[in-house]
Design a protein around this ligand. Structure first.
Ligand code: ZN
Length: 523
């Protein structure tokens, strides 16, 4: 199968029909493609990034004006297809020569079942310990070419450490990806992808497609002696095509049904060969679709933000959508560009939201897949600074509140709370959930304030103070009056409740918040 000329990407068209397309067909004007329809959420994210990679590599507009032209009107099908066709030689899934995301020449190597391409696949130790809860052994034995290509891209772009010398992805193991998505329901897939394409002034194009961009077109930059591959060693577009794992697929010419999507295929994949010490990405890599944490002392290279236990919520908004000065988190390059420039031109077309997704990895083990939608705004520099300061204050006050809440629920639940080991994360989750809608409502108001109003109006702070106070008490009461692990001790609950109120009103951050909530003190 050739990933450029063959139809293999599952999609939904405007009239609701499902279809399978070749990449160039995203520019079909008649009954256009609206959405990708992958069999798994991680494949959905991977297929988006695959198509974004193709467009960025072969169809990036010279400047922002040209970008805007294609935003308003998608290119002619033939125009896009002929650009993609020039890369077709690099996109054979199975071949004797170079093959997509596979090692250039891998004569030997360990044989693995094709299911091991799936990130949550149980590793050797998990199987031995009988811990294969996520996917059961022997449930995926054969994959169709479409699922194999998706699985391969998903693994190479998210690769966690896989044992000695099995390298992590270019953005580290299990990075977050943030894509800017148009809010209008009637947006085509073309528009959803195009919003994430940078013009050539922001990201250099490549003069030719070779191993500098797509590493599988040449000998693998191996790392058996600790050699590294830094951004200076290859072309910047390499970021979209990182290949840390040495893999070579074995195709069998036998028809059957795919164990993942259920589709019938003329040939199937059951095994692959692999070897350790593939490309070892190191240094100051910055993938344009991923947010990073920067070292304030500028000693260590930036670290990609990862999925984490407890999921994604508005407490991460600042770092994912803008910039969190508290911890050095900064939005992905494409998101920054939307905030600072592109968003202005799109304000009349419904605006955009941020789609954020990734694995929560516990070293080699996939704990969970997370995704969330966040608001994004076009803001002038002054507005950006104001929003950063004010939302930073609101989020910090919420973080302080959730800490007090968790401790006092514990004090109400247990006779000796300091010894209690119970999992309190559900209390945190309830609080974040309960305050989320109010946060986004205030954020919307903040984003509309003119830049020269340096100080947010007192109502914003007053509203947030009230939200924190009310929701904190609500979560406390629900938690202590409905479920108590030890015998319900009313006196202990009453004391904890009193203590929670006290601590809340005397907390430094909360005091600062309530001071700003009084209009006379702002003046
Ligand atoms: Zn399949």
């Amino acid at each position: 199968m050739n990933l450029i000329t063959d139809r293999w990407i599952p999609v939904i068209r405007q009239n609701g029909q499902t279809d399978v397309i070749a990449p160039g067909q995203i520019a079909e004007a008649d009954n256009p493609v609206m959405e990708i329809n992958a069999p798994r959420p991680d494949f959905q994210g991977a297929l988006y990034q695959f198509l974004i990679g193709l467009l960025q590599t072969s169809f990036a507009p010279e400047d922002e004006n040209l970008w805007l032209d294609y935003w308003r009107q998608m290119p002619e099908l033939k125009e896009l297809q002929s650009c993609f066709d020039k890369m077709a030689f690099a996109f054979e899934l199975h071949s004797d020569g170079p093959a997509f995301l596979q090692d250039f020449d891998l004569p030997d190597g360990e044989i693995k079942a094709v299911s091991a391409l799936l990130i949550e696949a149980p590793g050797g130790k998990t199987l031995k310990d009988n811990l294969d809860h996520f996917i059961k052994r022997d449930s995926v034995n054969q994959l169709c070419p479409s699922c194999t290509a998706s699985a391969l891209f998903t693994l190479q772009t998210n690769a966690p450490s896989g044992g000695v010398g099995h390298r992590v992805g270019l953005r580290g193991g299990g990075p977050l990806t943030t894509l800017v998505m148009p809010k209008l329901m009637s947006s085509t897939l073309w528009q959803k992808l195009w919003l994430n394409i940078l013009n050539q002034e922001e990201l250099n194009s490549a003069e030719q497609i070779d191993a500098q961009v797509m590493p599988w077109l040449g000998k693998t930059r191996i790392s058996d002696k600790g050699q590294i591959t830094s951004p200076n060693d290859v072309h910047p577009l390499h970021a979209y095509w990182g290949m840390p794992r040495r893999i070579r697929l074995t195709e069998v010419a036998e028809e059957g049904n795919c164990d993942l999507c259920g589709c019938h295929a003329d040939s199937l994949f059951r095994e692959y060969r692999t070897k350790n010490y593939g490309t070892n990405y190191d240094g100051a890599w910055l993938h344009p679709l991923t947010p990073y944490r920067f070292d304030p002392k500028k000693v260590n290279p930036p670290l990609s933000l990862k999925g984490q236990q407890g999921g994604l919520g508005y407490r991460h908004w600042l770092g994912l959508a803008l910039q969190d000065n508290e911890n050095g988190d900064k939005a992905a390059k494409t998101v920054q560009f939307y905030n600072e420039e592109r968003g202005r031109k799109l304000s009349d077309s419904g605006g955009a939201a941020l789609w954020c997704f990734g694995y929560d990895m516990d070293n080699m083990k996939a704990r969970c897949w997370y995704e969330a939608q966040f608001p994004v705004f076009y803001l002038s520099q002054q507005q950006r600074e104001n929003v950063m300061v004010c939302t930073g204050e609101l989020i910090n006050a919420a973080r302080e509140t959730v800490k007090m809440l968790r401790n006092e629920v514990k004090a109400a639940w247990f006779r000796r709370p300091e010894d209690a080991k119970g999992d309190m994360s559900q209390i945190d989750a309830q609080f974040w959930q309960a305050t989320e809608a109010d946060f986004y409502r205030l954020l919307e108001q903040l984003s509309m304030l003119p830049g020269d109003i340096r100080m947010a109006p007192s109502e914003i702070y007053a509203n947030w103070f009230k939200t924190l106070n009310t929701k904190m008490m609500q979560v406390f009461e629900a938690a202590t009056l409905t479920s108590a692990p030890e015998d319900l001790d009313l006196k202990r609950i009453v004391n904890a409740r009193k203590s929670l109120r006290n601590k809340f009103y005397n907390n430094k951050n909360i005091k600062a918040l309530s001071a700003k909530a009084r209009p006379e003190e702002v003046a």
